[in-house]
Design a protein around this ligand. Sequence first.
Ligand code: UT7
Length: 327
Amino acid sequence: MSGQNLSAKIAGTGMAVPAKVWDNFKLATMVETSDEWITQRVGIKERRIAEDNEYTSDFSTKAALQALERANMTADQLDLILVATSTPDMVLPNTACFVQKNIGAVNAAALDICSACSGFIYGSAIAWGMIKSGIMKNILLIGVELNSRILNWKDRGTCILFGDGAGAAVWTACDASEGGMLGVVMGADGNYADLLTLPNSGCRKYPEYDGTYITMHGNETFKQAVRTMNECALEVLEKVGLKPEDVDLLIPHQANIRIIEAVQKRLNLPPEKVFVNIQKYGNTTAGTIPIALHEALDQGLVKKGDILLMDAFGAGLTWGAFVMKWA
Ligand code: UT7
């Protein structure tokens, strides 16, 4: 396999979420909200919350081991570990290094990707590029977030939206005739950086914020989410020469059920072709798509030859989508 014939497919997936569940009724005891409002306006019923002694690398490691097992691969076969997260254990060293140690991936390089909810798309593009160019063969990509650590639990505009969890996928080289990744688009617009931020999380200090927690302009973020997700889904389909009706399953970023429904309508897809699990986990940021993919596989919703469309947007703004033929 070389050159044009070389592509990448996902050989195995895994997921790990905290055991602790907080439903909407629990949140209604913390801020002025209700199960009815959250269910109708966002589509979430409950989310997972990590214990104080559970860390991003713990969930990443569990998801990684499951993905390796399902890929029928050992950790020493990995060339690279990518961890897409905005909530690393610490900034230095990166979380990918902790995972590398935990799973014994002695031959792997380690890199974190900080692109918020688009992290799994960006990471898949990097994995595909590295594999397609022949530089690497097997790449573990993890999308993970411990949002509970960076939420203002007094702000009902944000704290009801997010949850904790990790999803993992092992990308491996394949012959393009088998299928695998067909194409990807990615984009960003830093002019919208203010819409969704985590001030005081880096070396720049913001005294107007008395801590480190997510700030968001919900309405504007919503509009940009619908716009960017619609645009990049259509763009990537056009790029690979497919039409919305060719898609067997759309796995969108799970931020708000109304955003997902807007994309579904724009692509004119029936509801059964759109995977939704936001009701169980909320928005796990970089974790939503790999967790959803893992659950879709477990539920038997994906078969060989199916066309899958992954579509995301996030802080930055960043956005991206890719199409793959399941192999
Ligand atoms: O991965 C990227 C992450 N971010 C997103 O994707 C978020 C995108 N934005 C959204 O999902 C929505 O904008 C929200 C769910 C955040 C808010 O929904 P909305 O329909 O845009 O509500 P709104 O901000 O326009 O507020 C409507 C009303 C307001 O009350 P008034 O002014 O009409 O009296 C809010 O104060 O709803 C109120 N409200 C709430 N009420 C109960 C806002 N949050 C809550 C809440 N519970 N949690």
